[in-house]
Design a protein around this ligand. Structure first.
Ligand code: 1CP
Length: 342
């Protein structure tokens, strides 16, 4: 493991420092709104790009070169570690699981691979980015509850009804699955840190679909286990759950250093809940589809509301595919010139 770039703006803020300028990166900053990404994707499939370290590293750095973001998120997907467990996944463009997991036998058939067997190309990509990239690299994985949503549902969904039904109808099988996903997640995230990731983010994009009791039973124990297992690395642990305002007490009790929040509440309203820990967010990505004046105004509003503690500027969810590039540049410009009150 190399130096974790403690002196970088992003890592300083992630470690709780109330920095003079907010560092900025955007969820899904590499990807389909960038012409240079589309050009590469015309020649390579998504999976091939993820599995080829030179391509994955190149795509990771594309948004850094264009906009000068303060951190680079590894170009990969939350589903990347799962084929090593024996799951067949395609992308079209979202993940498609040809044989959704719907029985205890299917859960029992899943392997717990050795760390070297889990997406070794990811370790290589992270090493390459740590060696030659200009900014810290953020490793990531999916939370067990969000990974299970895709595995059981069979793909993306508006409400993941089959998945939510399965949790209630087959709790033993669901726990057995979450247990395995937590074990693999610990190995996978540790591997990224050892390869040189300066932080790791756990994406729990669908946590908000559940009520507080279901999240307490099927989400929290596994998140606790994963985040606690990573504590000894002394690398910031970021937890992001979309639409999770009703779960906020449970979220705040997790052993994470940074909490990603969406746009549904102002950042200032979270300070008393998260204490001295860093808040990451929370511009509505839809704002970036509007005019430049709107973008500048709303970015400034988020910056003002983010004062009073450590803040990493981000969107409240992934950047939209049709986002005009000029709006991203304008947002970064406003963030760079904003002097935070401390
Ligand atoms: O900046 C980056 O692009 C980082 C790489 C990244 C990350 C962090 C990708 C590339 N995917 C993810 C995480 C991810 N994948 C999440 C968690 C974050 C979030 O909520 O946005 C989720 C839920 C997925 C699942 C997924 N993979 C979807 C959503 C499907 C759905 O309907 O629920 C999609 C479309 C994918 C494929 C994918 N992953 C990433 C890209 C650029 C793409 C599109 C592939 C293409 O180029 O066609």
């Amino acid at each position: 493991m190399k130096a974790v770039r403690r002196d970088s703006l992003y890592v300083r803020a992630a470690r709780g420092e109330n920095t003079q300028h907010a560092p900025v990166w955007f969820m899904r900053q590499a990807g389909r709104y960038l012409p240079e990404y589309l050009e590469l994707r015309a020649k390579h499939s998504f999976w091939d790009a993820v599995r080829t370290p030179e391509l994955a590293a190149e795509i990771t750095l594309q948004p850094i070169r264009r906009f000068g973001f303060d951190a680079a998120i590894l170009f990969s997907d939350i589903m990347t570690p799962l084929p090593a467990m024996g799951v067949d996944i395609e992308f079209a463009p979202g993940p498609v699981i040809n044989e959704p997991i719907r029985t205890i036998r299917a859960v029992e058939a899943l392997r717990i691979p050795e760390v070297e067997e889990i997406a070794p190309f990811v370790a290589e990509t992270v090493r390459e980015l740590d060696r030659n990239g200009p900014v810290p690299v953020i490793g990531f994985g999916g939370a067990p509850l969000t990974l299970a949503a895709y595995l059981i549902q069979g793909g993306g969904s508006k409400d993941f009804a089959e998945f939510r039904g399965f949790l209630r109808a087959e709790p033993a099988a669901a726990h057995a699955l979450m247990d395995k996903l937590a074990d693999v997640s610990i190995r996978y995230l540790s591997m990224q840190i050892e390869a040189g990731a300066s932080a790791v983010q756990v994406f729990d994009s669908w946590a908000g679909l559940h009520g507080a009791e279901v999240f307490a039973e099927f989400g929290v124990p596994y998140l606790q286990r994963i985040l606690s297992a990573l504590a000894s690395y002394d690398v910031p642990r970021v937890y992001f759950a979309l639409h999770s305002q009703h779960l906020i007490e449970q979220v705040a009790a997790l052993p994470a250093d940074v909490f990603g929040v969406d746009w549904r509440r102002p950042i200032s309203s979270y300070r008393s809940t998260f204490g001295t820990r860093t808040i990451q967010g929370n511009l509505d990505p839809a704002i970036l589809l509007g005019g430049t004046d709107l973008v500048r105004r709303e970015v400034e509003r988020v910056l003002v509301e983010g004062q009073g503690g450590a803040h990493i500027f981000n969107l409240g969810h992934g950047i939209h595919r049709t986002t005009p590039l000029d709006n991203v540049a304008a947002a970064v410009d406003v963030i760079r010139s904003f002097e935070r009150e401390r």
